[in-house]
Design a protein around this ligand. Structure first.
Ligand code: HEM
Length: 488
């Protein structure tokens, strides 16, 4: 039971927060007025990325939206996003988020300032040392794809829910990166891991609501979540703890196998120099979990859209098939360098990542000093949301953005891919996605390997409506039940 004092403190904290927000709003760009406490959130429908984009018709490129109790400055077109995300003042994350309410130590994805900079630099260095962006990474992904195609072959052309096998397959690529090994699809630990991550993600799907609430509410939510919540999270946490502990026992700093080894080696060096370093086991644990959270679902969602759109537009599927046949052939696995000779396939992938932007509204940022965007003053410690969906549908950049048209990424003779600066699925500037290289390689290899082997069609028409479900990422609303027929 909560004491009267406890309730009083929470009510007081909330009231002060709301009062602070009203005063803060006076210094921020104009925007629609919401209701007390819930703000504008109640007026956003099932597709907030689209609703927020439409607000730009009235309020322009930069406006303030009260989401729950928080004032958030929205960057709602390419000009605003480019101007802001090029500035160091926009590199912070909010002090609190629902993620930080449940984690003891912030991961590199939640940190700000020098700690973030240092953790990020080190993560990128470790990935480089491990050969990410090079052939060894591709070999592991290609190997993982062979387990996937084995499962698909077992369906003998019967409809299958590809989502169910893509989940462990994608998560295995992060397992390789972080733990140094894969887990078989049928391994009980693997199944437990997927189930629990899935449960954790579905718990976290309320995160949108929590992000709009004061931090005390997030903490209370997880506290009241009771034993089930704790059981889910603790089970996931124990997998990471046991991996870190076994890595510590077998660490050879001259032969680093994965991210955990790379981090432990760096931690040893840092701790020798400074016992108060922010390179700690708890930070390693948070970073490792952030890689799974950020690097698994994003690639899977993108791959699901690629498959669905190649089914919906079968003429494009045929064109990708013919490019694969002439560049890769049938006797070897595709490699990432093949993309250089496959302009249409690249353009198709780009257009899918624009049309169904995986992360439609970016992870929240915070200004670390007084600054401005397109002439609007933005004070220090303001929360800022870059609407990537709006950038990808900005009519000042894209001709008929509502149309699905891979040719927009090709020169008129169809031979070259055009680089368009406003194409930013991995975000933009110094705090863009850490896993961009890995993400791009995975997406290309999965899509091309599957189309090399199969002609893909849909088991029903429902999923071809291409309806969306807004969440941490923009998921297909209907499960992708697909039919894979061997091409040879
Ligand atoms: C198609 C795949 C992916 C997409 C579309 C994607 C997109 C994004 C976006 C939009 C952000 C937010 C950046 C910002 O605040 O401006 C981000 C951050 C991040 N991503 Fe990815 N991502 C993908 C794959 C991956 C992979 C494979 C990994 C892991 C290796 C990863 C790890 C991260 C991390 C750790 C961050 C936080 C970076 C920071 O705060 O400094 N992502 N990603």
């Amino acid at each position: 039971m909560f004491s009267t004092q406890f309730v009083f403190n929470y009510v007081l904290e909330n009231a002060l927060h709301i009062w602070g927000n009203i005063r803060e709003r006076l210094n921020l760009p104009a925007g629609p007025v919401g209701l007390p406490v819930v703000g504008y959130s109640v007026f956003l429908g099932k597709h907030p990325h689209r609703d927020i984009t439409k607000l730009g018709d009235k309020y322009g490129s930069v406006f303030t939206l009260q989401l729950g109790v928080n004032n958030v400055v929205v960057l709602n077109d390419w000009e605003a996003v480019r101007d802001a995300l090029n500035k160091d003042a926009f590199l912070g994350r909010p002090f609190h988020s629902p993620f930080t309410a449940i984690a003891e130590t912030k991961s590199l994805a939640d940190e700000s300032g020098e700690v973030w900079r240092d953790q990020r630099r080190s993560a990128l260095q470790i990935l480089r040392d491990l050969g990410f962006g090079k052939g060894s990474m591709e070999d592991r992904i290609t190997d993982e794809i062979s387990y996937l195609t084995k499962c698909i072959d077992e369906t003998n052309g019967e409809p299958m829910n590809i989502h169910e096998v893509l989940v462990p397959s994608m998560s295995n690529n992060i397992c390789h990166l972080v733990f140094g090994h894969r887990m078989d699809f049928n391994e009980p630990k693997r199944q437990l891991f997927d189930k629990q991550l899935d449960q954790a993600v579905s718990r976290i799907s309320v995160i949108g609501v929590l992000a709009m609430s004061p931090i005390w509410f997030s903490k209370l939510f997880f506290k009241l979540g009771g034993s089930f919540n704790k059981k889910v999270f603790n089970a996931v946490i124990s997998i990471f703890e046991s991996e870190i502990s076994s890595h510590r026992k077998s660490l050879d700093t001259n032969n680093k196998r994965d991210y955990i080894d790379g981090y432990l080696a760096e931690m040893e060096v840092r701790q020798r120099k400074d016992p108060n370093t922010h390179f700690t086991l708890k930070r390693l644990d948070s970073n490792a979990r952030a890689f799974f959270g950020a690097g698994s679902e994003t690639v899977r969602t993108t791959t699901e859209w690629l498959l669905l759109l190649s089914v919906r537009y079968s003429e494009h599927q045929k064109r990708v098939h013919s490019e694969i046949d002439s560049v890769v052939g049938r006797d070897r696995s595709p490699c990432y360098a093949d993309r250089l000779h496959m302009p249409f396939t690249q353009a198709f992938i780009n257009e899918v990542m624009r049309y169904k932007t995986t992360i439609p509204v970016n992870l929240m940022r915070r200004t670390t000093e007084d600054t401005s965007v397109l002439g609007h003053f933005i004070p220090k410690d303001t929360q800022v949301l870059a609407n990537i969906w709006a950038v990808h549908n900005d009519p000042k950049v894209w001709h008929k953005p509502q149309d699905f048209n891979p040719n927009r990424f090709l020169t008129s003779d169809g031979k070259q891919v055009i680089k368009i600066d406003a194409f930013i699925p991995f975000s933009y500037g110094k705090r863009n996605c850490v896993g961009e290289t890995l993400g791009r390689v995975e997406v290309f290899l999965y899509f091309v390997s599957l189309l090399q082997k199969y002609t893909i069609s849909a088991a029903n028409d429902e999923m071809l409506t291409l309806e969306e479900r807004f969440g941490l990422s923009l998921q297909p609303k209907h499960k992708p039940i697909l039919i894979f027929n061997n091409r040879y």
